[in-house]
Ligand binder design. Sequence first.
Ligand SMILES: [Fe+2]
Ligand SMILES: [Fe+2]
Length: 422
Amino acid sequence: MITNILFVDDDEDIISGYRRMLHSMRNQWGLYFASSGLEALEVLGNNPMDVIISDMRMPGMDGADLLAQVKKEFPQILRIVLSGHQDEMRAIRATGVAHQFNAKPTTTEIIKNTIERAFFLRNYVQNEKILKLITGIGELPGLPEIYIKVEEELRKDDVSLSQVARLISNDISITVKIMQIVNSSFFGLRMRITDLLQAVTFLGINTIKAVILHASLFSSKRFSAASRRYCEIIANHSMIVGNIAKSIAIQATPQQEVHEDAFMAGILHDIGKIILLSLPDYEEKVNSESNLKNLSMSSVEWDMYGFTHGEAGAYLIGIWGLPGPIVEATAFHHIPTKLEDNQFTPLTAVHVANGFVNTPIKNFDKIKNIRESGIVLDFSDYIDIFPSIDFNYLKITNSFSKFNDWLEIYFKFLKQIEDSNE
Ligand SMILES: [Fe+2]
Ligand SMILES: [Fe+2]
């Protein structure tokens, strides 16, 4: 599928620069150019467009006005700002008219990456269905302000973790959450960490970014009291899945990047439910259908909307520009074989962690009882005990041999919960 992209800049030299630079992409992209806001709107009126990449400072209608207009008239178009000025980018961020921001000068590689991430899902689902529905919902949650500030800090040549910690300390609820996580039993620390900088250093910057997203998105105040309760349940569930997924990843691979991606993906995997909450009676409808027909939530969603909360969430975080493995894990956490991958990835960790957390406690008791009687459980027993885990997928990804170790991780977690309740 060809992606249509419109570049807007009043500087003719820059426009011809784009033409030259992007020449090699002409088979994959439909390239359009405009030298003013008005011309851009005219192009949009006559051609179906997927992406608009606009300069900010232009005579007449400036970039912010143009994108505000695009947001209103063509909400399905991905809006990207290109700017050479930090202050300008900060100001435009506050208006919420753009999905993404890139610094000038840019390269084909950067533009390609941005667009591929945002449209990654096109290969898997009928994007139009999600688009139509999300357009109907209106405004999508943007990246939290503090997240953007932390990213800005990290882009600096002389990046400083103490400055990151200082930024975060302005937000009490995020600070509290980080301290809770670093001191939770998951990390098995012998000493209590009381200093935010130490916590940031210990957890790693990607984990911190994940916590910021989690704290901001799930504390959303735009929902009714009933939805807020549902939000809270998903928030707690996601935090547990994130931690278990990270522990699984640590057991499975020495790559720290995968550990951190597994955590972030786990913490965000159900974010699509938060988007779908804006639909009339989403929760009640899906719940009652799934109880009535004894179907999983995601198959009911698929029947009702043509996509699940997995794809809806992946669509959102794709637009935010989060890394591919996180988008994939979110999209396919219920049906992991859709990714067609044959190795352990953050998706594997999230699929298993989510499967454990969604399994009734009585099934774990069953495992304990069988083990105590001296019987060794095998593949077919596990299929019965964990209906939401795809064991064939674990075989394809050479992960089944590790399953018992992962189960131990979860048993340890259950024991901690039990102990803390006593
Ligand atoms: Fe889910
Ligand atoms: Fe989940």
